[in-house]
Design a protein around this ligand. Structure first.
Ligand SMILES: Cc1ncc(COP(=O)(O)O)c(C=O)c1O
Length: 391
């Protein structure tokens, strides 16, 4: 059976060029960057080189990047690290964090944890396309505000947020601005200086690099409390022996993305638009997210009377791997809070499908999806008990 992977927003395969670049760092250049001998110093040289490559992709300085083990860790560090440090430095006067209502769970849960530690949390609404209104950010900032965290692009609906406007507002108000750029890093241009970004999260495994490595950009001058304490690696901000092989791979992945970005964005946007145009011909299908301000690789659609999970299983039986828009909690299936935040009814949110394209997606694969999907949705709609209830 044909196998078609269309879940690049969940994770990506490691590019073979990345595997080749990192291989020697497992067996030959395996030194500990903190060691004074030549093994350690050689590893340190490649660590510094990789830091430079990654910093270049977002117009940051290399000393402003901290390597972490995951985007979850970076986001936790950004929110908790800033919040705890600023509350302490202001002797408790500052205690307010602002996030959007469509952030990834690792931001939402970090904010919830901070609430339990006595911080005030504001969740900003989004419009029907998932856009945060910068004016709402302005209105929500008070003299107690420490940090605003608004993602660059949504992992579910692909909407690209107005981070430049939000960054400007935050800088003028003297408030830190963090953006979770996990889904946009390496796909669309980012400039931390131009856009007044103080902290930014990016992850290797969403851009054809290895898993277990991510970064947090922390603008020079931003004060942050470390979450991990120990040997003092990464300027004391993230103690742990540095994973050089993964970092070299991450940097190689960034280098490839940088070189191929504009061509690849055009190619994927074309495939995405072809797919959207044809999927919307399916009866009742509705596009979620912004029609234009959208990641080149994201498609999110809802179908009436269909359970997203059934759709995923049926597609998988045809060799196609996609994702639902719903977040699965361990015991019950809950509709995605992101889709509810953009105004979908719970039953609409349940019937959603996220298709995310990537470097190895071909037109042939999209044609196959477009052949299979209408048949499956037709069958599932015909079988739907919800539909029968309405008749
Ligand atoms: C926008 C966004 N933020 C954070 C994460 C968390 O990444 P990880 O699970 O690799 O830590 C993801 C992963 O899907 C994501 O899409």
């Amino acid at each position: 059976m044909k196998k078609v992977y269309l879940d690049y927003a969940a994770t990506t395969p490691v590019d073979k060029r990345v595997v080749k670049a990192s291989e020697p760092f497992y067996t030959e250049n395996f030194g500990n960057t903190m060691s004074l001998h030549s093994f350690g110093q050689e590893a340190k040289f490649y660590l510094d080189q990789s830091r430079q490559t990654l910093a270049d992709l977002i117009n940051a300085e290399p000393n402003e990047l901290v390597f972490t083990g995951s985007a979850t860790e970076s986001n936790n560090t950004a929110l908790k690290g800033c919040a705890l440090r600023e509350r302490s430095e202001s002797k408790g006067k500052k205690n307010h964090i602002i996030i959007s209502s469509i952030e990834h769970p690792c931001v939402v849960e970090s904010a919830k944890w901070l609430k339990r530690q006595g911080f005030e949390i504001t969740k900003l609404p989004v419009d029907e396309f998932g856009l945060v209104n910068p004016e709402d950010v302005k209105k929500a900032i008070t003299e107690k505000t420490i940090l605003v965290s608004v993602m660059h692009a949504s992992n579910e609906i692909g909407t690209i947020e107005p981070i430049a406007e939000i960054g400007k507002i935050c800088r003028q108000a003297g408030v830190y601005f963090h953006t979770d750029a996990v889904q946009s890093f390496g796909k669309i241009p980012i400039d931390v200086k131009r856009d007044n970004i103080d902290l930014l999260t990016a992850s290797s495994h969403k851009m054809y690099g290895p898993k277990g490595i991510a970064l947090l950009y922390i603008r020079d001058g931003v004060k942050i409390e470390p979450i991990l304490h120990g040997g003092g690696q990464e300027n004391g901000l993230r103690s742990s022996t540095v994973n050089v092989a993964a970092i070299v791979g991450f940097a190689k992945a960034a280098d490839i993305c940088k070189k191929e970005m504009s061509k690849e964005a055009k190619r994927l946007s074309k495939l995405r638009d072809k797919a959207i145009k044809n999927i919307l011909k399916i009866k009742g299908a509705k596009l979620n997210g912004h029609p234009k301000k959208r990641l080149p690789n994201n498609i999110n659609v809802s179908f009436p009377y269909i359970e997203g999970e059934s759709l995923i299983i049926q597609l998988d039986m045809h060799g196609i791997a996609c994702s639902t828009g719903s977040a699965c909690s361990s015991i019950k299936l809950e509709p995605s809070y992101v889709l509810l935040a953009i105004g979908l009814k719970p039953e609409e949110a349940h019937g959603s499908l996220r298709i995310s394209l990537g470097r190895f997606t071909t037109e042939k694969e999209i044609n196959y999806l477009l052949k299979v999907l209408p048949k499956i949705t037709k069958q599932l709609m015909a079988m739907s008990p919800f539909k029968n209830n309405e008749n």
